[in-house]
Design a protein around this ligand. Sequence first.
Ligand code: SF4
Length: 273
Amino acid sequence: METAKIVRSAERPVDRLDTQPRFTESEAVRLNRLFRGTETQEWLRSVLRDQLAGDVAVVSSFGAESAVLLHLVASIDPATPVLFLDTGKHFPETLAYRDLLVERLDLTNLIVLTPDAAELAQRDANGLRWSFDPDGCCEIRKVRPLAAALAGYDATITGRKAFQSSTRANLPRFEIDTSDAQGRLKINPLIDWSAEDVAAYLALHDLPPHPLVADGYPSIGCMPCTSRVAPGEDPRSGRWKGWDKTECGIHQPGAADPGTDGGELPPGYDPVF
Ligand code: SF4
């Protein structure tokens, strides 16, 4: 069976001491080819139900459109781990929205990740690092806690969409997470969804919007680093406004997947953080 050949972790139990990468570039390319032209629900179901990607977690910011991805995953397996980075800098509305969605979607495995208290005390004692060193702040509050948590997983599911920003254009459905040498898969189920697709899905399933969307925030991260966006602007242009920074370090701007020839990807693509 072809899929058994594609995914190394489906062939053998994952040994956490194993130094081999969990997946290779060629395996990610083959997964993209395998599911080319397949509807999102269908291929995501295959990935989760058949464990094609091993142990998988969703990484969600419970942002503007997170309800779509979480609903898709919950409809397949509500016990899928959902990792939420509680940076200590979120809008209160985001925390309330997180709790609302967890209850509404019957998500049974929310995992809240927090920064290391000692590191926080040492490097951001007054909580203002975001104002002069946002990369360092994201490193302490997002990148390190997530990296520690991801050691236990073979793949992550993101909510990135092509239309969200130019930096997320041309990302494939399956890619290798280059944040470390573990070779985890990064899975992007919504990458080829348009803004209209997202809106239609939210309406079809009567999913509640993040309360700040109606207040002019189409992309929502930490409170100090999120600004309102004017109609017609890049939805993520309100993130780290005034800084030469577009991602928090969890997601690197992607290049075209050599296995797709660009053919299955829409022009433009994106994640939730
Ligand atoms: S988004 Fe802003 S407040 Fe949040 S971790 Fe990054 S720099 Fe800090």
